[in-house]
Design a protein around this ligand. Sequence first.
Ligand code: HEM
Length: 500
Amino acid sequence: KWISTGRRRLPPGPPQDPLIGNLRHLTSGCTEETFRKWGKTYGSDIIHAKVFGRSIVILNSQKAARDLMEKRSLNYSCRPRLVLIAELMGWDSVITNLPYGDRFRKHRRMIWDHFNPQSVMAFRPLQRSEACVFLLGLAETPEELIRHVRRFTAATIMKIAYGHTVKSVDELYVRLAEEAGYDTVTGSANYGAVLVDFFPALKYIPSWMPGAGFKRRALETREKVQQMLDAPFRMVQRRMAAGTAIPSFTSSLLVQSSSIGIADEEDIKGAAGVLYAAATDTTTAMLESMFLLMVMHPAAFARAQAEIDSIIGRDRLPEFDDRSSLPYLDCVLKEIYRQCNAPSFVRRNPLTTDQPGLPHRSVNDDQYCGFDIPADTVVIPNIWAMTRDESIYANPNSFIPERFLNQDRATAEVTDPRRLVFGFGRRECPGQSFADANLWLIAACVLATFNVSPSYDEVISPPAVFVPGIVRHPAPFKCDIKLRPGRSLELIEQTAHVVA
Ligand code: HEM
């Protein structure tokens, strides 16, 4: 392997240590910003690193990501083999970890049928009613903002996936899912966990052996993952048998697959389970970031609020059909996506740098811009760098929604951050229309009914500090959230009554 890679013209990258390659770089505080700096240092959009002989290519530009992951998608739509998370922890029946192939296509179809831009229109009444519950909660206990956000994201997806109504984040199914997710993240952040992904034979090491702590933890997590996938699925089956099931993603798939074999059952469980895992943390992080940015950039949000007041008035809440009449609000949302796209490379394992920015894997040898990209290379899109590309976004570190105003179609297409933050090619996020609708609705309704400002006891507005993790959440921050004077509460209650 060493001799064959020696002859190749690989993309440039930082110097490597013997045997371990760039392991030290990639596991110790190496961020998306470092990857971008490497790009500048080595004068290339694509950077090559190596860990235990395995090639890792980082794509720092939108062009490189589209050229490879979209135009050559047949070669770049696989995922790296994830021994720890998929094989040991039991996340092997969820699409995010499936290799490109028939089973992947089957899962993608199941999810796409329910979440394509047309189908998600059916979720609008649910989104509106859950948005009202969110607003009422915020009016009552504004200090519990994060809890209300988490309940909203859990409630919308649980209802869709299983027809189950979530009243509180302390409920069983939410707890199971949260614990499985938490244990997966924490259990994959240690060196044993990294090693088993690069040396799969280590998965056979007996759990009692010294040094096998990663395996013991993974097997404990496996039970939680099983419970998280099983429990709500069995609940739907029980309710269907009793004739009390509310139509859902799971029930409709169960009805469709009349002669259900074990493979189908596992597939349906996995497809429903991934919805929670993929939808909640990402959407929660974006909504938290939205509130942080409201506090940091009051002028932009005041302008969006004034737009809502002048177009919709103060006698009703915004509805989805109002979206095209509120262009400035859309610009604000784009700028939120651009600045808070929550990618996280600050992890211990370069194979499991998570959403958004899930790694792809090349299947065959390829060449790009004169460089060789060997088969089985892990390909990581550096979405953070792409949304800060100075050739596309002037002053990328400033919050300027106006940059998106009055753009012609071609420019709008190149600059729209939604074409970056939801990933690329055949692996692009299938939940993006739904996620985008949730973010828009909450932004519009909050601006219509609340004033969000820095907390009185804070001297300066909070800095944009993000906590590294599977998804980047803002560090805890204080803010004042108050109902706007006038009929705000009455409007929320009225709408809640109508949409209930
Ligand atoms: C703002 C919220 C969200 C963001 C930023 C986001 C972002 C992403 C990204 C970057 C990927 C990886 C794409 C790639 O590999 O190129 C992804 C995958 C995925 N997302 Fe989302 N997502 C969000 C919300 C959702 C929601 C609401 C759902 C479900 C309803 C969802 C379901 C999925 C699934 C199933 C995958 C795996 C696709 C595959 O492996 O083929 N996501 N998402």
